[in-house]
Design a protein around this ligand. Structure first.
Ligand code: HEC
Ligand code: HEC
Length: 219
């Protein structure tokens, strides 16, 4: 191969690599519905999970109310659904109908926005579970007994709330290695245990909070 050709190929490859790590590329892949909701200004009038304006209705669980097609239509032609200047009532609050049409934005973006909004269904079943229920569904009960029910590979937690703080319990759920040395033996309330509790670093903060608060209440 001629040097010039090799050089051209290398330059081309380098160009791809540079683009791959460039802000332009990450901007392209990050333009999901969620970021469009911010960049297109929807967030100035609409609130999702506590963030955003209040001139328009809250969209935190719009997906359980409206279809993908309906949402797309609302973004491009809101006047087909609601008449300007009339009232729109949601949860006992009335809004003045004034949403502008976003028809000039490309269909691909409208699709991404509608896909995102359609996915918002409010609290899921998992999120509605109480700490007591999560203690079972997250398998803590396989190793721990509370009030007579559960396994014995780990200590009885029936009165853990009078022994440890909320913060300590949260830490134990996420990173037990911060408290006990993995695979060693430990004596807790007069009994020897092997330190085998699994870490849960990716458990959602909501779940960790619920389970820890439940355990903290056991005294
Ligand atoms: C200037 C304020 C404003 C902006 C900006 C705005 N909206 Fe709205 N939106 C409203 C209002 C007010 C309503 C109530 C009906 C109407 O005005 O058409 C509404 C209604 C909606 C609904 C239907 C809600 C329901 O419960 O049925 C959806 C979905 C929606 N907007 C999505 C969006 C999206 C996506 C964007 C951004 C592309 C956006 N809106 C931008 C004010 C706004
Ligand atoms: C495979 C068995 C096992 C599972 C599953 C398990 N644990 Fe543990 N747990 C242990 C063991 C063994 C210990 C003793 C120290 C250690 O291993 O870190 C312990 C310690 C604890 C302690 C501290 C007890 C004390 O008195 O110091 C708490 C609190 C706790 N676990 C809560 C939980 C919660 C909440 C879950 C579910 C998210 C869970 N555990 C899942 C085995 C387990």
């Amino acid at each position: 191969m001629k040097m010039k050709k090799v050089f051209l190929i290398l330059t081309f490859a380098l160009g791809i690599i540079v683009f791959y790590f460039s802000p332009a590329y990450s901007a392209a892949i990050n333009k999901t519905g969620m970021s469009l909701f911010v960049s297109e200004g929807c967030i100035t009038c609409h609130r999702i999970n506590g963030i955003g304006g209040t001139a328009g209705p809250n969209l935190s669980n719009i997906g359980s109310k409206r279809s993908f097609t309906w949402i797309k239509e609302q973004i491009s032609h809101p006047s087909r659904h609601f008449m300007l200047g009339t009232g729109f009532t949601q949860n006992n609050k009335t809004y003045v109908v004034m949403m502008p049409s976003f028809q000039p934005i490309p269909p691909s973006k409208i699709n991404a926005l509608a896909e995102y909004l359609e996915s918002l269904k409010g609290a899921t079943k998992q999120q509605k579970l109480t700490g007591k229920q999560l203690f079972i569904s997250e398998h803590c009960i396989a190793c721990h007994t509370i009030n007579g029910a559960g396994g014995t590979a780990g200590p009885n937690l029936s009165n853990i709330g009078s022994k440890k703080s909320l913060a300590w319990i949260k830490e134990q759920i996420m990173y037990p290695a911060g408290h006990y040395i993995s695979h060693h033996k430990v004596k807790i309330s007069g009994k020897i245990y092997y330190v085998i509790m699994p870490a849960h670093p990716r458990m959602s903060p909501l779940k960790v909070n619920k389970i820890a608060s439940y355990l903290k209440s056991l005294k």
